[in-house]
Design a protein around this ligand. Structure first.
Ligand code: LLP
Length: 421
């Protein structure tokens, strides 16, 4: 459920007409709903209320300071994957003991930054990383709390570019080698082993791969405890999918996911941590764009809009399907039209969808891409020197620009021309 609904034929973001935001900030733009963010966070939080737990928002999905503050105020921790994300989490007021550091290539500088600023735990992904973290922590006279990310060799049955739990993927250490790696970690004075981490992929629409992976984690927990390790925390990653298309069967609910975790891991009496991104932020955001031209092709109609692949890259990169709706609802009885919806960028890959049946629209009409809150703004770029598009946050009947569109002068001023030119 989200808070982008039609009232009297006009699309609203909570209590604000989307067209009013467009008039104030120009198009294209992203708009996020505070109530949807809060609601989705709470669904996960409630789903784990049977355990000592922390929901760490995977801020790679949406990392605007205002969004982080909404979630931090609701009680969320943060899952970060870079020094930049760590700095953003701290700047939004998230305490170090609610920040988890994930990622396959943490640098010594990033480790130092997090140790000095405070960290809940590092999810270590390899033996070389373990050695560097041990050295960095010892140099600082500190002990770094860690889990080891295990790769359970489970097929998450999602898009190949976002599956992470198969043996051919670059993530974690093979679960078959876990006991050996934990034995080694236990000998390192700069590290304290506290648990196990696993994350098998993103946009999972079925619970079966989670069940398989968590079953393996349960078994490993018992083995590692028998080996003498203290395993008191399980970080189970993110990955629960969202419905991108109305026609899609709805993916499992956070409550079903929480019940699965309780069933597979509840008996171990561990603190449970999860790292959802998409399910919290995805349906909390729209990307709104304006039609520039309707162009008649030989056998098709192109809707040329003012947003492009640099603003929302998911369709070009993952063949992702986003529901696209008019901001002014079609009058009942109006015949729908079929469009190839494309942006102005000079490559054919700048295509959002082909042969899409939707309400008939014309030049200057507004359209909205649903489910664009996750991996939308954060993956955008200024390709073709198109300024990063603004982000807007709505809360009830108020809205505010939370990242402004840069001017051309600001974009140009980021470059430096050497004086010897
Ligand atoms: N934890 C770890 C270690 C991750 O690598 C990820 C996502 C998450 C949590 C959050 O997963 P989520 O709950 O959002 O599925 N750009 C792609 C998605 C990349 C996901 C990367 N890792 C897309 O637009 O579909």
């Amino acid at each position: 459920m989200d808070h982008f609904l039609y009232r009297d034929g006009a699309l609203y973001a909570e209590d604000v007409p989307v067209s009013e935001i467009a008039a104030a900030v120009g198009t294209p733009f992203y708009v996020y709903s505070t109530a949807t963010l809060q609601r989705h966070f709470k669904l996960f939080d409630d789903a784990l209320d049977w355990a000592d737990h922390l929901v760490c928002f995977a801020m790679k999905s949406l990392s605007n300071q205002a969004v982080l503050k909404v979630l931090a105020d609701a009680g969320a921790g943060m899952d970060v994957v870079s020094g930049g994300e760590y700095a953003r989490a701290k700047a939004a007021g998230v305490p170090g003991d609610k920040i988890v550091f994930s990622g396959v290539g943490k640098t010594a500088d990033e480790m130092r930054q997090a140790l000095k600023g405070g960290i809940r735990q590092f999810n270590v992904e390899s033996e070389p990383e373990m050695a560097v973290l041990d050295r960095v922590a010892q140099d600082l006279g500190m002990v770094a709390p860690i889990t080891v990310r295990v790769n359970p060799d489970v097929d998450a049955k999602t898009h190949a570019k976002i599956a992470t739990g198969r043996s051919e993927d670059k993530f974690g250490i093979p679960i078959s080698r876990a006991r050996e790696v934990y034995a080694h970690a236990a000998k390192l004075k700069g590290l304290k082993v506290i648990g196990i981490d696993v994350h098998i992929g993103s946009q999972l629409t079925d619970l079966a791969p989670f069940e398989q992976a968590y079953g393996k984690v349960a078994e490993l927990t018992e083995q590692l405890r028998a080996d003498g390790h203290e395993i008191s925390r399980l970080d189970l990653g993110g990955g629960l999918g969202i419905p991108y298309a109305r026609s899609n069967a709805a993916p499992p609910l956070p409550s079903d996911y929480g019940a699965l975790i309780e069933r597979t891991l509840g008996h171990l009496d561990c603190e449970i941590e999860i790292e959802p991104g998409r399910l919290i932020s995805g349906n909390a955001g729209l990307m709104v764009s304006k039609v520039i031209y309707v162009k008649e092709g030989e056998d098709r109609k192109f809707l040329i809009i003012d947003a492009a692949m640099n603003d929302l890259i998911r369709p070009a990169m993952y063949e992702a399907w986003h529901d696209i709706v008019p901001v002014v609802e079609a009058t009942p009885g109006d015949a729908p039209a079929t469009y190839d919806i494309v942006g102005p960028v000079c490559e054919s890959g700048d295509t959002f969808t082909k042969g899409r049946a939707m309400a008939k629209v014309g030049s200057d009409d507004l359209i909205a891409f649903r489910s664009a809150g996750a991996y939308g703004a954060v993956m955008s770029s200024e390709y073709n020197s198109r300024p990063l598009i603004p982000e807007v946050l709505v809360n009830g009947d108020q809205f505010a620009v939370i990242r402004a569109r840069p001017t051309y002068e600001e974009m140009i001023a980021r470059d430096t021309v050497p004086e010897w030119l």
